[in-house]
Design a protein around this ligand. Structure first.
Ligand code: GLN
Ligand code: ZN
Length: 775
C-alpha cells in the first residue's frame, strides 16, 4: 500500500489530560506542595511525549504541538504576548509559574461551583465558556495601556522538545483576532481589537522563531470566523494575515475555523493570504462546495469531517461519498482530512471502557478511534475504497445496528412525543390566578426565605456514597445514612426559621448524573473525562437512546423530608435543557426532540411529586443560556424549543402547585423574553456579586412573576453579614414589588461547609425578618 497517494491526516489538537487524568494529579500534587515545579514539568513532558507517540503510531501525518497546556491555551496565549494584568505584579522577562497559576487560580485557595472560581487574596482571571463547549477559558484582560511583549517561549519550546524526540510537529497558536475578540476590555467602551497593531509584532516574532526552529507549517486557530462579525472584525482578519504573511515568509499557515460554518464570513476567510484553510464539515457540511470553488488554486483545504464535539462512530461511507468527488476534481495534494475541531473535547480512548454495553460501545468513537476513522478515510481516498472494504463494512454495520436497535428506539416514547400538544406546555391558569391559589395554600410571609437545594456535601456524605458504590455499605445502610442527614437538615432549617425547606440533595452525586442514572436512554463511562477547566474534568453522560423514566426518581426523598415537617418542602429537579446540555447527545435525532423526551420524563416526576404532597417543585435550568447558538440569527429557534421543553416539564400540575426555576448566572438582558416565557412561578438567580444590577433586565421587561435575587455569594467562603443582605434586599425593593421578592442564596450550597453555611443562613433569615418589619 503506497502512503504517497493517501490524504494527510491532522488532529488539530489532542486531549491534554492523559488517559488516567495524569495531568490533574500532577497539578494537584504541585499545588498542594507535594511536588515541585520540576517534577510537574517532567510529568507534563511525559504526557506530551505520549500524545505525540500515540498520534504517530496511529498514523497522524500532521501531529500538533503547543496544543498541550498546564491549564488553558487562552491563558497560555496571554502569557505568550505578555498580557498580564497589573495585580499579578509581573516584572517583565519570561513568566514564572507562580504568576501563571495566580492568573489561573488566584494566589490562594480556590472555590468553585457552576463553572466559576473565586479566591481569597489576588483573584484569578475571569473564566468563561469556550464558544459553545463546556470547556472554560481564562478571559484575557486588556486595557488601552496594554503593550505586548514576548513573555513565554512555550510554543517554540514544545516544538523543539518534540523535534528532539523525533517528532516533526505542526505548532498550534490561537489566532490574534480570536484572542482579542475573546478578551475583556477594561475601561468603559474600550475595544481590545484596537490593540491589534501592537499585538501583531509579537505573533510575528513567535512565528519567526518557529520557522527558524524548523517548523514548515503553523496551525493558527481563528474560530471567531464562525461568529457574527462586524466589518471591523473582518478588516482586522485581513490585516492580520497580510501583516503576518509579509513578516514571516517561507512559513505556511493553516488557518483553522471550527464550531460551525463560515456563513457570511466565507469571502473573508477565502480572501486571507494563508496556505491552508480548515473548515468544519460536521456542523456545516453544506459549505464544502463554496469553499472549494472560492479557494485559491494552491491552497490546501483541511476537511473537518469527523465530529470533534461528539463521541459517535462516523458513517465512513457517507463521508467518503461526500468528499471523494471534490478531492478527485481538485487533486489529492490539495487536501487534508481532520476532525471538525481539536480532539480536546472528546475522551481519549474507548478501549478503556470495558464495562460499557457492547452494542453501545460499537457505536462510539473517542479520540483514538476518531483518528482510526480518519486513517481509514485517508486510505480509501488515496488507494481506493477496495483497500478498506472491511473497515467500511464494519462502520456501516454498526450504524445500521444502531438505527434499528431496541436499546435506542422505544416506540412508546416516540409516540408520546408525537402526541404532545402546545396546550400541554401551558399551566392551567395565568400567573395571577396561580399566585392567589398558591398564596392561599402555602400562606408564606413576605420575603419568603428558601435555599437552592443542596446542602454541604461533607466528607461523610461523599464517603458513604463511595462505600455504597463499592459495595462496602449496603442499600439499607446507605439509606439510613441519607435519612439521618436529611432529617438533621430539615430540623436545622426549621430551627433557624427558613420558610420553604429543601431536603438537601445528600443522595445526589451530581445534578445531571443522578437523574441520568435513573433514566432509560442514558449511559455513563468510567474514564470518559473531558477538560472543563484547568484541573477540573467532567465525565458527561451519554444520551444514546429514547429517554424515559422507568420509575420515580426523587419522590422517595422529597416525601420523606416532607413527612418530617409541617413547613413546605420544595421538590428538586434538573430541567430538560440542562439534562441535555451537560451530556453527549445522540446525533440521530434533533436536539429539540431529545430535549422534549427528557421534558416528558420530568413532567411525570413533577406530577408524581405533586401527588406525593409536594407543593413546590424547583426545576433547575442553569444551562439554558449556555445552549445559545453561536450565531444570533439562530437564537430564537433555540429559545423557542428550549422554553417549550421547560414548560412541558412544568405544566402538568394544578394552579396551587408552585413551580420554581433556578439559574446561576447573571446575564439576562438578551434572553429576558425567553425567561419570561418560561412562566415559572418563582425564579431564583445569582445577583449578590452584581449588587442587584442584573435585576434591571427584569425591571425593564416588567417581569411579573416572583424572583429570588441571590443575596449570599456561595462561591466565597465568606459569611455575609445581616446588614449587607438587608442592603441588597432593600435595593431589590426599589426595583421590584415587595410581593415578588424571595430571599435565597445565589446557588446551591454543596461546595461549602456547614461552618460557613450555618451562620450565613441564620443571617439571611434575620435579614428577611428585618425587611418584613421595615415594610
Ligand atoms: N439544586 C441544585 C443545587 O442546589 C442547583 C445547582 C446549580 O444550579 N448548579 O445544588
Ligand atoms: Zn445554581
Amino acid at each position: 500500500m503506497s502512503k504517497k497517494t493517501s490524504i494527510p491526516v491532522s488532529t488539530l489538537g489532542t486531549p491534554r489530560i492523559g488517559p488516567r487524568r495524569e495531568l490533574k494529579f500532577a497539578l494537584e500534587d504541585y499545588w498542594s506542595g507535594k511536588s515541585d515545579f520540576v517534577s510537574l514539568q517532567e510529568k507534563a513532558s511525559a504526557l506530551r511525549c505520549a500524545n505525540w507517540a500515540r498520534q504517530r503510531s496511529l498514523g497522524v501525518d500532521n501531529v500538533p504541538s503547543n496544543d498541550f497546556s498546564l491549564y488553558d491555551h487562552v491563558l497560555d496565549t496571554c502569557v505568550m504576548v505578555g498580557a498580564i494584568p497589573e495585580i499579578y505584579d509581573w516584572q517583565g522577562g519570561l513568566i514564572e509559574p507562580a504568576t501563571y497559576f495566580a492568573m489561573a487560580r488566584g494566589d490562594t485557595q480556590e472555590e468553585s461551583c457552576c463553572g466559576k472560581t473565586t479566591q481569597k487574596g489576588i483573584p484569578a482571571l475571569e473564566m468563561t465558556k469556550w464558544f459553545d463547549t463546556n470547556y472554560h477559558y481564562m478571559v484575557p484582560e486588556l486595557s488601552s495601556e496594554q503593550h505586548f511583549t514576548l513573555a513565554s517561549t512555550k510554543a517554540v519550546d514544545e516544538f523543539r522538545e518534540a523535534k528532539a524526540l523525533g517528532f516533526k510537529t505542526r505548532p498550534v497558536l490561537l489566532g490574534p483576532v480570536t484572542f482579542l475578540k475573546l478578551s475583556k476590555g477594561t475601561g468603559a467602551g474600550f475595544d481590545p481589537l484596537s490593540l491589534l497593531d501592537r499585538l501583531l509584532p509579537v505573533y510575528g516574532e513567535v512565528l519567526r522563531q518557529l520557522r527558524d526552529s524548523g517548523a514548515e507549517w503553523v496551525q493558527v486557530d481563528e474560530p471567531c470566523l464562525v461568529l457574527d462579525l462586524s466589518d471591523a472584525d473582518r478588516a482586522a482578519l485581513k490585516k492580520t494575515y497580510q501583516v503576518l504573511g509579509k513578516a514571516v515568509p517561507n512559513l505556511r499557515l493553516m488557518l483553522t475555523t471550527y464550531f460551525g460554518g463560515l456563513g457570511d464570513n466565507l469571502q473573508t476567510a477565502l480572501s486571507l493570504p494563508v496556505d491552508g484553510l480548515h473548515v468544519d464539515l460536521v456542523r456545516a457540511p453544506e459549505q464544502l462546495d463554496a469553499v472549494i470553488a472560492g479557494a485559491n488554486p494552491e491552497q490546501v483545504i483541511s476537511l473537518g469531517v469527523i465530529d470533534g464535539r461528539n463521541i459517535w462512530r462516523a458513517d465512513l461511507q457517507a463521508i467518503y461519498d461526500r468528499i471523494a468527488p471534490a478531492i478527485a476534481s481538485r487533486g489529492a495534494a490539495l487536501f487534508e482530512i481532520a476532525p471538525s475541531c481539536s480532539l480536546l473535547h472528546v475522551p481519549i480512548d474507548l478501549e478503556q471502557e470495558s464495562d460499557l454495553d457492547a452494542d453501545l460501545r460499537s457505536w462510539l468513537a473517542f479520540a483514538v478511534q476518531k483518528i482510526d476513522e480518519l486513517k481509514i478515510l485517508s486510505r480509501a481516498l488515496g488507494d481506493g475504497i477496495g483497500s478498506v472494504a472491511s473497515e467500511f463494512r464494519d462502520a456501516s454495520a454498526a450504524i445500521a445496528a444502531r438505527r434499528k436497535s431496541t436499546k435506542v428506539h422505544n416506540r412508546l416514547v416516540t409516540e408520546r412525543a408525537l402526541a404532545v400538544t402546545h396546550d400541554m406546555a401551558k399551566r392551567q391558569s395565568p400567573f395571577d390566578i396561580r399566585r392567589a391559589a398558591q398564596q392561599e395554600k402555602l400562606g408564606l410571609p413576605e420575603f419568603p426565605t428558601t435555599t437552592i437545594g443542596s446542602f454541604p456535601q461533607t466528607t461523610d456524605v461523599r464517603k458513604s456514597r463511595a462505600a455504597f458504590a463499592k459495595g462496602t455499605l449496603d442499600g439499607a445502610g446507605y439509606d439510613a445514612f441519607i435519612q439521618t442527614e436529611t432529617e438533621a437538615a430539615i430540623r436545622w432549617q426549621e430551627e433557624i426559621g427558613i420558610d420553604v425547606l429543601v431536603h438537601g440533595e445528600f443522595e445526589r452525586n451530581d445534578m445531571v448524573q443522578y437523574f441520568g442514572e435513573k433514566l432509560a436512554g442514558y449511559a455513563f463511562t468510567k474514564h470518559g473525562w473531558v477538560q472543563s477547566y484547568g484541573s477540573r474534568y467532567v465525565r458527561p453522560p451519554v444520551i444514546f437512546g429514547d429517554v424515559s423514566r422507568p420509575e420515580p426518581m426523587t419522590v422517595k426523598w422529597s416525601q420523606y423530608a416532607q413527612s418530617l415537617t409541617d413547613r413546605p418542602v420544595k421538590g428538586m429537579l434538573t430541567g430538560p435543557v440542562t439534562m441535555m446540555q451537560w451530556s453527549f447527545v445522540r446525533d440521530d435525532l434533533p436536539r429539540r426532540d431529545v430535549c422534549a423526551q427528557i421534558a416528558l420524563a420530568l413532567r411525570d416526576e413533577v406530577t408524581d411529586l405533586e401527588v406525593a404532597g409536594i407543593g413546590l417543585i424547583q426545576i433547575d435550568e442553569p444551562a439554558i443560556r449556555e445552549g445559545l447558538p453561536l450565531r444570533r440569527g439562530d437564537w430564537k429557534a433555540y429559545l423557542d424549543w428550549a422554553v417549550e421543553c421547560f414548560r412541558l416539564s412544568a405544566s402538568g400540575v394544578r394552579d396551587e402547585t408552585q413551580i420554581h426555576t433556578h439559574m446561576c448566572y447573571s446575564e439576562f438582558n438578551d434572553i429576558i423574553e425567553a425567561i419570561g416565557a418560561m412562566d415559572a412561578d418563582v425564579i431564583s438567580i445569582e445577583t449578590s456579586r452584581s449588587k442587584m444590577e442584573l435585576l434591571d433586565a427584569f425591571v425593564n421587561y416588567a417581569y411579573p412573576n416572583d424572583i429570588g435575587p441571590g443575596v449570599y455569594d456561595i462561591h466565597s467562603p465568606r459569611v455575609p453579614t445581616i446588614d449587607e443582605m438587608v442592603d441588597l434586599l432593600a435595593a431589590a425593593t426599589r426595583q421590584l414589588a415587595v410581593s415578588q421578592i424571595w430571599v435565597n442564596p445565589d446557588c446551591g450550597l454543596k461546595t461549602r461547609n456547614w461552618e460557613e453555611v450555618r451562620p450565613a443562613l441564620i443571617n439571611m433569615v434575620e435579614a428577611a425578618r428585618m425587611l418584613r418589619k421595615s415594610m
